[in-house]
Design a binder for this molecule. Sequence first.
Ligand SMILES: Cc1ncc(COP(=O)(O)O)c(C=O)c1O
Length: 380
Amino acid sequence: MNVEKIRQDFPALEKWTYLDTSFVGLYPRQVRLGYEEFLDQWMRFKVSESKTILEEWLDKANKVKRDIASFIGVRSSEVAFTSCTGSGLNIVVNGLKWNKGDNVVFPNWEHNPLYTATLRKYGVEARPVGICNGRIDMDELEEKIDDNTKLVQVSQVSYVNGYRVNLKEVAEVTHEHGGKLLVDSTQAVGAICSDYKRDDVDFVSAAPYKFLIGPAGLAFLYVKEENIRDLIPDRIGWKNQIWEGDRAEKPPKDTDTAEKFEYGTIHFEGVYGLEKSLEYLNKLDPRIVEKRDIELSSYLWNELKEMEIQMYTPEGTKSPIVSFYEGKAKEFSGWLINHNVKVTGREAHGGHIRVSPHFYNTKNDIDVFIERLKEWRQLS
Ligand SMILES: Cc1ncc(COP(=O)(O)O)c(C=O)c1O
């Protein structure tokens, strides 16, 4: 990987020591070309043969769905576009059939916990799982899953400290009891190579604007083929209506593909941008990206440990996120912005700093951060 050359694709790096991809990823120039293609097509009304512009957009959406599918090891018929991670999670939760006495199990640090007012109304029990030394307590998770567990929700990589879940293991326990596993992979996709078929996950919801260096306002939902038929779309529009309405020329939507969860106009600009993000990462090779991200985060973890800092991220965590405890975390991250260094400072969990390098970072970026941290500690 020619990092110096890669860095020239990211204009933000001219100014910033940017170590905050778990907040928002950076755009390379190539992604801008995707947006420009979309704008040019619309502004000039460029269509081929007898197609409408909507057909052009939908063709592109289908193509990018295939790209996503091969990126995460699933079939394109199992992928639906949504608007954000939460949208995909809601489609799953609202689309399942719930009975009084069912329960849902999730770590209590989930970013978007799925326990909704509707579930409470149905008499579904929430079973949050505790965190112990920066790790999900897997024994507790297993204990809380029983034959009434309809759904288990986990983030593949925790947004808090990068803790990485063994999805295959959780899927096995969940399935032994007849439940389904729903994964939020927003902090994983683009950084960690995943194969959700191999891991036997039921549903995955992800937004591409972090490690996938893609657009905001567009996200995707994977629904394993065997779950598509039974999951009822929780919202209806022209794209998935079962009532024939005034479009007699089109039969009701096929119910065997995840497209049935798309109900209206997609964020097509984002689709054009995402095509370029995936192209960019595929060219680099996602396995090399993962290796590099983990190398950088391990380097950072060791540097911090050498300073005798209290780490929030457990030792040996193979993820792109490193967190450590810091009292005035928000104040510190604000001070860093004034020095063109970007990380996340959060007051939650006693105050912590979250640093998340991606392939476009260097060890030098991490050294710059460490120097600023030492300076801050002397000042405060
Ligand atoms: C784990 C995780 N899921 C989801 C999101 C974002 O959710 P949404 O795409 O619904 O805005 C974030 C944002 O930081 C996140 O860290």
